[in-house]
Design a protein around this ligand. Structure first.
Ligand code: SAH
Ligand code: SF4
Ligand code: F3S
Length: 517
């Protein structure tokens, strides 16, 4: 069948979509770029904020109109909204034929098959096939084994020579056990489960053999990766995914009798066993329990990027406590100091929530202070969005008015811009390797500045409106964006890593040139 798949949300979802795509392609389905051409429309959804869900509701509205007009169309909601909304969504959106939470994606082809065969009138059968939460009663281990097969089924065809396919995600941990009070992720993705290191290393090797240059490891609190060997085996004696050890495991030294792969060990293994991998990075780091062992492996392994995405969420101890984040501002800062001491050129990014329950002007000012103090290259700033099912939704009042949330959001964005500008400035004059990803053409603001190539139409004197500059856009190991004047053969350079000299900076961008040009 012709399938259209649209993805919302985080990198976990992007990876899930890739796996789902591979699985459906191998079963003979084909993918189309526009929903109008599709027989099956799938939305891989995100529940993290209300806004993310609204986008999907509007897509469902459009699909509903098509069905009302008599089109034969299968509409599927997969991912975190399917898990959170469950049967409620079926009730409100009768146009939805199937739902499949992130823990059930291995069953998606079956659900599509069944939906295709089902009598359109027999809606009750479809609901029963939704799969949502169906595994909750089964043992977690069994559920995760099947999911593990989905990751293991990944297709490793030689990749095209473009940037997107030369950069890949590899999951090391599923789910989350932290239960920050505002967050749906532990509810939608389930308990923290670590994949066996051999599966991870093997996946990295096969991706690199197929031409991948850059791998980003994924986990919600990635430094909490820990696998104890010999304790979780499949019936045929292979290592199986393993439920996370809990916070207590990080309070004491590892049991000397146990053979354990820590996150630092895993990074080291991938770096050593996959020598053709050019860039290894990972998200998202949790500010607590990030040991010096990890920083040392990063320092000593030239192909591990000096880049951390390590969200603080707030600069107020009171808010961090209400959020159940498990660290104080001074512990966060102590960690940042360790990072900058061991890895002076490490870039740091984060996430911040403004307007969380009970946040006063003073709490907010403390967050501003944190942003002034930490050399963040960027921060994603979110207005708190109460999510049904979370502790904050049930027990804390969403008492910061929306105008105040918006004002704090804007003030923090402006402050972050000045911090970002300072961080970017420090790179001017350096030569850095840049992974080239994209070409963009845009109007030149004030004529051909900074050595950029100006294209004028048919040799006429370039009027301001006809001036276009063509740039190649790439990223440094530290995930800073670099814009370079595009040479003639720019297309052939996409998906490669080239040296660039940084000659200027803007708050969110470095201007570079190729040294040989
Ligand atoms: N595991 C990561 C975050 C995953 S969710 C971590 O702990 O850092 C991505 C980001 O969404 C979070 O860092 C947080 O800033 C934001 N977020 C999560 N729930 C939210 C909510 N209810 N309202 C607003 N932002 C939220
Ligand atoms: Fe959500 Fe907290 Fe887990 Fe991150 S650590 S996914 S914010 S519960
Ligand atoms: Fe959204 Fe689910 Fe990711 S809620 S942020 S898609 S884990």
């Amino acid at each position: 069948m012709r399938v259209y798949l649209e993805t919302f949300g985080c990198q976990m979802n992007e990876l899930d979509s890739e796996l789902v795509r591979g699985q459906l392609l191998s079963l003979g389905h084909e993918f189309v770029p526009h929903p109008d051409e599709a027989q099956v429309v799938l939305f891989n959804t995100c529940s993290v904020r209300e806004h993310a869900e609204q986008k999907v509701y509007s897509r469902l509205g459009l699909a509903g109109v098509r069905k009302k007009q008599g089109e034969q169309l299968i509409v599927g909601v997969i991912g975190c909204m399917a898990e959170r909304d469950g049967v409620d969504l079926f009730k409100r959106y009768p146009q939805v034929d199937l739902m499949c939470g992130p823990g059930e994606l291995d069953r998606l082809p079956l659900l599509i098959d069944n939906a295709a065969r089902a009598d359109a009138a027999d809606r009750s059968e479809r609901v029963a096939l939704a799969g949502n939460k169906s595994r909750r009663s089964a043992t977690l281990q069994a559920a995760e084994d099947n999911l593990e097969l989905l990751d293991l089924s990944r297709a490793f065809e030689p990749v095209a020579n473009d940037a997107k396919s030369r950069s890949a995600y590899v999951r090391i941990t599923r789910g989350c056990n932290k239960f920050c009070t505002y967050c749906v992720v532990p509810h939608t993705r389930g308990a923290e489960v670590h994949r066996p290191p051999s599966h991870i290393v093997d996946e990295c090797k096969r991706l690199v053999d197929a031409g991948v240059l850059e791998i980003t490891l994924l986990g919600q609190t990635i430094n909490h990766y820990r696998y104890t060997h010999g304790t979780a085996l499949t019936v045929d004696g292979h290592e199986a995914p393993q439920v996370g050890p809990g916070l207590a495991a990080f309070r004491k030294p590892p049991d000397p009798g146990a053979r354990t792969t820590t996150f630092a060990d895993l990074l080291h293994r991938i770096h050593e066993e996959v020598p053709a991998l050019q860039r290894l990075r990972f998200v998202t780091s949790y500010p607590r329990d990030f040991g010096d062992d990890i920083l040392q492996v990063m320092r000593d392994s030239p192909r591990i990027c000096h880049y951390l995405h390590v969200p603080a969420q707030s600069g107020s101890d009171r808010m961090l406590k209400a959020m159940n984040r498990g660290y104080t501002v001074s512990e966060y800062l102590e960690f940042i100091d360790r990072v900058t001491t061991t890895l002076p050129d490490c870039t740091i990014g984060g996430d911040i929530i403004v307007g969380f329950c009970g946040e006063t002007d003073e709490d907010f000012e403390q967050t501003c202070e944190l942003v002034r103090r930490v050399p963040y290259k960027n921060n994603f700033i979110f207005k708190y969005s109460p999510r049904p099912g979370t502790v904050a939704f049930d027990r804390l009042a969403d008492d910061v008015p929306d105008e105040v949330k918006r004002a704090r959001n804007n003030a923090l964005l402006a402050l972050q811009n000045t911090v970002s500008a300072r961080v970017h400035e420090r790179w001017v004059g350096r030569t850095v390797p840049v992974f080239l990803e994209d070409i963009r053409e845009r109007a030149a603001p004030t004529g051909p500045a900074n050595g950029h190539v100006a294209l004028s139409v048919a040799g006429r004197a370039p009027a301001a409106a006809t001036l276009r500059i063509r740039q190649v856009i790439g990223r440094t190991p530290g995930d800073l964006i670099v814009a370079l004047p595009a040479p003639e053969n720019a297309e052939t350079m996409l998906g490669t890593i080239q040296s660039a000299r940084i000659i200027g900076s803007k708050p969110l961008l470095l201007d570079g040139v190729f040294p040989t040009i």
